[in-house]
Design a binder for this molecule. Structure first.
Ligand code: GDG
Length: 731
């Protein structure tokens, strides 16, 4: 039976002074509880505190093991660099669009990398074949890819609790490439909103140059799925405290304390992303504009201390305390101060009572991944607890704004807007308040945190098992079959495309030289008596001869225009009379397109013209390519050419030349009774679509996209196939 391994920076545990430990219920723990999963669970994470402060880490480890927890102990130095440093000093502000607060240090990054490795090691210690691993948040961006290649066939999920900022901001990070590649090790990547997913995809495109679809992408032979999973609050937890026999008394106590004042509530972890100073400015504006309401309202600011000891947070606390004092000094009177600043946490029952009794809940973060306070407030608003329904004022920059569309939405930076919203909320008639709450409440209760966890894990579970994943690309049986046929005396023709089939794409086409193993593999296969091998590429002859010449394989260049028998000697033309007069008019047009599109260039081949846009801005390049294709459709209608949109290229080539024509020629010439063609793009379809008479024909599509091929694999699978064929023939 597989199990679920939950991985979060902070473990839901409390370690006592005597080394004993107990489980606590944090947000994630209660979400899992609510999901009511019938699967064994193990937690991996930091137990809190510095490693050197534990008297006996082994004892703690053994204690925690009893409750299914595997701790990752971190030294004070690691905590400084990984947690306070890179996670909270670099990533947190940046992901929340606060570039000016982000600080960068190579030492922090190094610590982040090392601690992510530590997490991966502990995960691997507890993981068994086929387990599901669910990694949480920005502290652990690198862990998914560190778990790859560990041979345990793990299903890896990653969920980001913060926003994913626009790629223009993400690009600022010196380690942007490593971070993105790190997350792509996951099988399922989840975000709170579609916008975050969109920004993530755009970062993949702009930072790595990798295209993806909304649902995900194909990466290193796996499908990486991306999805939107808005987190819900802990409905069951609130329901439970509100149905306790002591809840009415708690409610009554706070009602008495309010003494008839209209409570405007704010609950948050004291963090600069939550925008408390801006909120205070809006309160000041409201109190200034509405002297008649000064006496009747009470702003209750509950700010749970957070990251204490970090200078920035200490300064924020001081700033808030100063401003609260100033506002109370200016607008208070004997017996009433308009703002109460409560700088501490409250038991959940008290929190529920505050939510139930307040008339306005002011949730105006400057940026927030989701914001659960808004959802908790709505859930606790019940007619049996208060005669007057409350109103939610919500920042449009909280992830929750997309779901909670019946709140009053404000721009938290616009102080006047927030002040006006406060007045509007207080003036809102009860029936409108109630109906707004009703419209949001039903959905919230169903889409609670348990439901969120269930939905994410359901998608993670759907990731194909290792066996199935291998089966999709399993090319070995075909290699075994072909080896047997060859050994039985049949003649096999192998026709292999180069870029995207034998070699991955890179930014600069000239850098896509064969990896060290490839020439040997080609030489070995071409040396087999009953095999003839051709590399059939769109590349110019010079490139092919330089890197793949002299190996015994025939080289076919420029999509079948020229060929070099056995990889040495003189190049020959398939058809010396190919009409290339059309090049003149198309060349001029392409030159214009190059001028108008920075980062693009034109390549001229004997029988083709190619427009390359790999180095252009990815979106601009793709847009220009679509336009060019439209134009060419008209221009080329009466010309003997075909137009092909390939990987970051648009190629116009002579109709009389194609890979298919070349392959057909060699199948006959070499007397093949078996033939295998493999390619990744549309030009390869001309060989894939062949139906040579009397020949047993195998067509392999490498990668995604529509095809007429009957086999599909990826570059790794293709290599596995060729190596297996060689090894089988050596037996
Ligand atoms: C991150 C993302 C995303 C607050 N005061 C007390 C108290 N709380 C509880 C609230 C709420 C939680 O803390 C705060 O959750 P938020 O969602 O508002 O914000 P973050 O802590 O920043 O969480 C955020 C979240 O992850 C989940 O993905 O929504 O965007 O930043 O549950 O109730 N709880 C108790 N006493 C308090 O005084 N017991």
């Amino acid at each position: 039976m597989s199990k679920l391994i939950m991985v979060s920076n902070r473990l839901p545990v409390k370690i006592h002074a005597d080394g004993t430990a107990e489980r606590t219920t944090g947000g994630l723990a209660s979400a899992l509880e609510g999901a009511a999963l019938e699967i064994e669970q193990v937690w991996v994470g930091w137990p809190g505190g510095a490693e050197e402060d534990f008297e006996d880490t082994e004892k703690v480890r053994a204690e925690l093991k009893k409750s299914g927890v595997a701790p990752v102990f971190l030294t004070q130095d690691e905590l400084d660099g990984f947690y306070e440093g890179y996670s909270n000093g670099t990533l947190w502000p940046l992901l929340h669009y606060m570039v000016e607060r982000a600080r960068f240090s190579r030492d922090w990054w190094e610590a982040y990398r090392q601690v992510n490795e530590k997490f991966a090691e502990v995960i691997m210690e507890v993981a068994d074949e086929g387990d599901q691993v669910w990694i949480h948040d920005y502290h652990l961006f690198l862990v998914p890819s560190l778990l790859r290649g560990q041979k345990k066939g793990l299903k890896v999920g990653f969920f980001l609790h913060t926003p994913f900022c626009t790629s223009e901001i993400f690009r600022v990070l010196p380690n942007r490439v490593e971070l993105l590649k790190g997350v792509l090790g996951a099988d399922v990547i989840g975000f709170h909103t579609y916008n975050y997913l969109r920004h993530f995809r755009s970062a993949l495109l702009r930072v790595l140059g990798w295209e993806s679809e909304t649902e995900g992408m194909w990466h290193k032979g796996r499908e990486v799925r991306m999805g939107v999973y808005p987190i819900g609050h802990n409905h069951a937890g609130f329901e439970s405290v509100m149905s306790q026999p002591d809840f009415p008394a708690i409610l009554e106590k706070h009602r008495q304390e309010l003494a008839g004042k209209r409570m405007i509530l704010n609950v948050e972890r004291l963090d600069y992303t939550k925008g408390l100073p801006e909120k205070l400015a809006a309160m000041r504006r409201f109190l200034t504009l509405h002297p008649d309401k000064r006496d009747e309202v009470l702003f209750v600011l509950i700010a749970v201390p957070s990251r204490q000891g970090v200078k920035e947070y200490d300064l924020l606390t001081e700033e808030v305390q100063r401003e609260v004092g100033a506002i109370n000094g200016e607008f208070g009177r004997v017996g009433h101060s308009p703002i109460q600043f409560l700088h501490r946490g409250f038991p959940i029952a008290d929190l529920a009572a505050f939510y139930a009794l307040c008339e306005v809940c002011l949730v105006t973060p400057l940026r927030d991944g989701m914001n659960l306070v808004a959802k908790e407030f709505l859930d606790c608003q019940r007619p049996e607890f208060s005669d007057r329904p409350g109103v939610l004022i919500l920042s449009e920059f909280a992830g929750a704004a997309q779901e909670l569309s019946h709140s009053i939405q404000v721009n938290p930076y616009d102080i006047d807007d927030v002040a006006e919203a406060l007045n509007r909320a207080l003036e809102m008639p009860d029936n409108e308040r109630r109906s707004r709450i009703d419209m949001m409440q039903g959905r919230l209760r169903k889409q609670d945190s348990g439901n969120w966890a269930r939905r994410f894990l359901k998608d993670l579970e759907k990731v194909p098992d290792r066996e199935e994943r291998v089966a999709i690309m399993e090319m070995k049986p075909l290699a075994v079959q072909l080896a047997e046929e060859v050994q039985a005396g049949r003649k096999l023709g192998l026709f292999l495309d180069y870029d995207g089939t034998l070699r991955d794409f890179v930014d600069v086409p000239d850098h896509a030289v064969p990896d060290p193993d490839l020439p040997g593999l080609i030489r070995d296969l071409a040396a087999v008596g009953n095999i003839s091998l051709a590399v059939v590429s769109g590349r110019p002859s010079t490139f092919l001869e330089k890197h793949l010449g002299g190996l015994g394989a025939t080289l076919v260049g420029e999509h079948g225009y020229r060929w070099l028998d056995g990889g040495s000697g003189d190049w020959q033309l398939f058809n010396p009379h190919v009409n290339t007069e059309w090049k003149h008019s198309i060349r001029e047009h392409l030159e214009q397109v190059c001028l108008l599109t920075p980062g693009t260039h034109m390549e001229e081949k004997q029988s083709a013209l190619v427009w390359h846009y790999r180095k252009a801005d990815p979106e601009f390049g793709a847009w220009r390519a679509r336009g060019l294709l439209d134009e060419l459709t008209g221009m080329a209608a009466n010309l003997p050419v075909t137009v092909h949109h390939g990987q970051k290229i648009v190629e116009i080539s002579s109709l009389q030349v194609s890979k298919g024509v070349a392959v057909e020629h060699f199948i006959k010439e070499w007397n093949c009774s078996l033939a295998l063609v493999a390619g990744d793009d549309q030009t390869d379809e001309t060989m894939i679509a062949l139906e040579p008479e009397g020949v047993e024909f195998f067509a392999v599509k490498v990668g995604k996209g529509s095809t007429r091929a009957t086999y599909r694999t990826d570059i790794t699978g293709m290599r596995v196939f060729l190596e297996a064929l060689r090894d089988e023939l050596r037996r």
